[in-house]
Design a protein around this ligand. Structure first.
Ligand code: ZN
Length: 426
């Protein structure tokens, strides 16, 4: 059985027409008109493929292929169709549309799987417009109450709940509360490592310990022309100094640790007034828990030192610490297909204890998404990372085959393009 690589490619390119972004990528942030149109196109394709589509109260969309034993917990496969402002064409859509293509191939081959299989499009995985990200999957997994998700507002004050209602994607399906047998997600590489190593595909074996912090530097407004330097309490200066310290902490702990500030919001943000307030956000990641703790402590110490020196004050508004995802490697899809195909995992690290709660695969799924490395997705070649559990249905092997077919089709198309360009050049 093989997927139709051309059809998958055509779907990816059709979807990329919705929400034009920078450099040929996409800007399709969650619950914008473009996101609605992407959701609608996906649902249309799913119905066309004979799948039963349902939508829950966050707009999470499930397209179900019924199994021979419908009462068994389903196998999930999917990803997200929303993007960052600077999103690429493949981050998210590949996982959703490859899963759909896999179900088309299964259906066309006349196969009825034992368990139901559902393609999922999670709402607001990216968190670009509404924070936190992983919102749809977190609510499904029961780690984020639905009413709290609905109350989240963007910078313009529009809430998730209001936008869902405006777009007509506030569905009637119950939020989560049903067991899932396994979850698969095909994803492009989010960093440069596989590409640099010349590796086509890898299985995600773990993510990082991380701490995401929203902080504010407090100063005092005063006139930029008339306030003597010793009396100035410029919050922007304090934030800038700490932001520098954060980046330096990242460099000091690389490659296992990383840290960067990513947001700054000064008030009143005009040319005449020294700002009294500079809000900023930063993320710290490390493979080891102790490493993360050391980095966070170093940054906090820097804040104290800068505050003592400048008379400014730092406030930590919110700090979200997340534990990493680790597959149980003996049972992950990693080992068997890797041995057969010669593909290596994205990163081979030491063994980790299994997570304590084995009954919540969706929680671990949310953690998979944390593996994102920080790099814009423009022009990222079609290399894939894949997180998987439980190969016992053979679906992992099937998805790996699909990925291989897809990568093969991509390589062939690239070769054809290069040939055409070569003949044009001659
Ligand atoms: Zn993604």
């Amino acid at each position: 059985m093989q997927v139709n690589g051309d059809r998958l490619w055509a779907d990816l390119m059709a979807l990329a027409q919705i929400g034009a972004g920078a450099a040929g990528g996409n800007n399709r942030m969650a619950l914008t008109d473009a996101d609605r149109d992407a959701k609608a196109l996906f649902a249309h394709w799913c119905r066309e493929a004979g799948l039963a589509v349902s939508v829950d109260g966050l707009g999470n969309t499930f397209a179900r292929l019924e199994g021979r034993e419908p009462s068994l917990p389903p196998v999930f496969a999917g990803s997200h169709l929303d993007t960052q402002e600077s999103g690429g064409r493949f981050d998210g859509p590949l996982g959703v549309l490859a899963a759909l293509e896999a179900l088309r191939a299964i259906t066309e081959a006349g196969i009825v799987p034992r368990r139901p299989v559902e393609v999922v499009n999670w709402t607001n995985e990216e968190g670009a417009r509404f924070s936190p990200g992983l919102m749809g999957s977190a609510a499904f997994a029961g780690t984020l109450p639905l009413d709290r998700a609905h109350a989240v507002a963007d910078r313009a004050g529009r809430t998730v709940g209001a936008e869902l209602a405006r777009l007509g994607w506030n569905g009637a399906a119950p939020m989560g509360g049903r067991p899932v047998d396994a979850y698969f997600e095909l994803h492009i590489e989010q960093g440069p490592l596989l590409e640099a190593a010349g590796v086509t595909i890898g299985a995600v074996t773990q993510s990082c310990h991380s701490a995401f912090t929203d902080a504010v530097c407090h100063g005092e407004t005063s006139h930029i022309q008339s306030t003597p330097m010793p009396q100035r309490r410029n919050a922007l200066w304090g934030a800038a100094r700490l932001i520098d310290a954060i980046e330096r902490t990242g460099f000091a702990h690389a490659p296992d640790g990383t840290a960067s500030a990513v947001v700054i919001d000064a008030w009143p943000n005009n040319r005449i007034v020294l700002p009294s307030r500079a809000g900023f956000s930063y993320g710290v990641m490390h493979l080891e828990e102790d490493g993360l703790a050391a980095m966070v402590a170093a940054i906090d110490a820097s804040a104290e030192a800068i505050a003592a020196e400048t008379g400014l004050r730092f406030e930590t508004v919110l700090r979200r610490v997340r534990r990493p995802f680790h597959t149980r490697r003996r049972r992950s899809a990693n080992s068997a297909p890797t041995a057969r195909t010669g593909w290596r995992p994205a990163r081979s690290r030491r063994r980790w204890p299994a997570p304590p709660d084995r009954s919540a695969p969706m929680g671990r799924k949310a953690a998979v998404r944390l593996l994102r490395l920080r790099r814009p997705q423009h022009g990222v070649p079609l290399q894939h990372a894949m997180g998987a559990r439980a190969e016992r249905h053979g679906l992992a092997t099937r998805l790996l085959r699909i990925a291989r077919a897809h990568v093969g089709a991509y390589a062939a198309r690239k070769a054809r393009e290069a040939e055409r360009q070569g003949s044009r050049a001659r």
